[in-house]
Each structure stands twice: as structure tokens, then as C-alpha cells.
Design a protein around this ligand. Structure first.
Ligand SMILES: *[C@@H]1O[C@H](CO)[C@@H](O)[C@H](O)[C@H]1NC(C)=O
Length: 229
């Protein structure tokens, strides 16, 4: 019995070196349980143990390669998400002065000059156009503000959120009772890579801004809908 146990331990130590499943360097001992059985008929308990050890080894090898695959996929997903982050927030004026933007006789794109953030480099401060870098569901937010200049003057605070030149949503406040007014539009849209998002100032409208950044335009990606090119 003692001999069987010894043989068994010997087998285990050859077949299963600690933290190393590779048994290629354990040639010194018989690896096949059948071999052990042929050497000593009494060591069948040991055969059972070795079979069990081999079964566990196969099981853990499979689990390990599954986990490795999942890990690689997780790292890829994370890189995919990080590479596609898009967040843009801009305001009309980038200095300490004040301006009226408008009124103009034609519709005009509003070139927001102050950049809070332009993650993904989709926004162009010269043209005022945000070009969607990656297809996805986006949140868009527009806040406008205007000042008639003096009580009784016509206030014309109005702007249009547009995608590829088409109206998505607008806000409009035209009257002679308020000297100042503000309005906001917030929505979620599915945008395709290359789409051009901008704020249009319709003719006759005007915006007022100063260092308080009353006029802001923001685009955030909520989630991407296609892999990076
Ligand atoms: C930004 O827009 C201006 C005016 O349309 C254009 O000349 C310029 O090339 C654009 N910049 C980039 C980086 O696309």
C-alpha cells in the first residue's frame, strides 16, 4: 500500500509540475496511466487519480484559452470605445468683448469661436461646421440668447439646428416686449460619419454674446453604431 502511494505521488510530481501544465520535460516517468497500470497492477487507484488530474488539466486549459480570448476581445472593445470618443462644446465668443452676430440679409452658419472641448476634432472653428467623425447616436444641444439693444426694439433671437443643410429643429423668439431672451433645443439623433452638423442663423435673426457664453452648441456621442474604419 505504501509502495502504491509512493508510486502515485511520484507520478503526480512528474506529471503535474507546479504551475506548469507542460509535461514535455517529465519524460522520466510514465505519463500514460495505462503504462503505470502495466508496471504495477496494484496502482490502479493511482491510474484513477492521474486520469482525474488529466481531466482537470484539459478542463483548465480550455477555460484558460476561453478567458484569454475574452480578455483580447475586451481589450479590443475598450480601444474601440476610447478611439471613437466624441465630445464637442463651443460658445460664440472667444474674447472678453461682446458682439451681436446678425442680423444678416441671408441665412448664415454660426461660427462658434470659443472651444470648451473638441474631442475627436470634428468641429471646425472657421466654418462652424461639426463633421461627424464616426457613425453613432449623438446628443445635440443648442442654446441661443439675444438682446434687442434697448427696450421696445424688436428682439429676434432665432436659430436652426441643421444636418447636411436640412432643418432638424429650430428655436425662435421674435417680439418687441422682451429686451432679452434665451431658448434651447436638446435632442438625440442617429448621425452617419461625414454628416455635417451646424447652427444656422436665419436672415433677420441675431444673437448677442459676451464672456458669459450665453450661446453654446454641444454634440456628444452617446454610443457608436459602427466600428472604426
Ligand atoms: C475649416 O473650414 C475652413 C473654411 O471652410 C476650411 O478652409 C478649412 O480647410 C477647414 N479646416 C479643416 C481642418 O477641415
Amino acid at each position: 500500500m505504501r509502495a502504491i502511494l509512493l508510486l502515485c505521488l511520484l507520478q503526480a510530481s512528474f506529471a503535474v509540475p507546479s504551475f506548469n501544465w507542460d509535461t514535455s520535460n517529465s519524460k522520466a516517468g510514465p505519463e500514460n496511466p495505462n503504462e503505470v497500470c502495466s508496471i504495477d497492477k496494484g496502482s490502479c487507484n493511482c491510474c484513477v487519480m492521474l486520469k482525474e488530474v488529466n481531466r482537470l488539466k484539459t478542463h483548465f486549459d480550455e477555460k484558460l484559452s476561453e478567458l484569454e480570448q475574452e480578455y483580447v476581445q475586451t481589450v479590443q472593445s475598450l480601444k474601440f470605445i476610447e478611439a471613437g470618443r466624441v465630445a464637442v462644446s463651443v460658445a460664440l465668443l472667444d474674447n472678453d468683448h461682446y458682439i451681436w452676430f446678425g442680423k444678416f440679409s441671408i441665412d448664415t452658419i454660426v461660427p462658434y469661436k470659443h472651444v470648451f472641448i473638441n474631442l475627436g476634432d470634428g468641429y471646425n472653428t472657421t466654418s462652424g461646421i461639426f463633421t461627424v467623425p464616426r457613425s453613432g447616436v449623438y446628443s445635440l444641444a443648442l442654446t441661443i440668447f439675444s438682446d434687442a439693444g434697448a427696450p421696445g426694439n424688436t428682439l429676434a433671437a432665432c436659430a436652426i439646428l441643421q444636418v447636411n443643410g436640412y432643418v432638424v429643429a429650430g428655436s425662435k423668439e421674435i417680439n418687441t416686449r422682451d429686451q432679452e431672451d434665451s431658448a434651447s433645443v436638446v435632442l438625440a439623433l442617429h448621425l452617419e460619419a461625414g454628416d455635417e452638423v451646424a447652427v444656422k442663423l436665419p436672415r433677420g435673426c441675431s444673437l448677442y454674446d459676451d464672456s458669459n457664453h450665453y450661446n453654446t452648441f454641444s454634440v456628444f456621442m452617446l454610443y457608436p453604431t459602427e466600428p472604426l474604419a
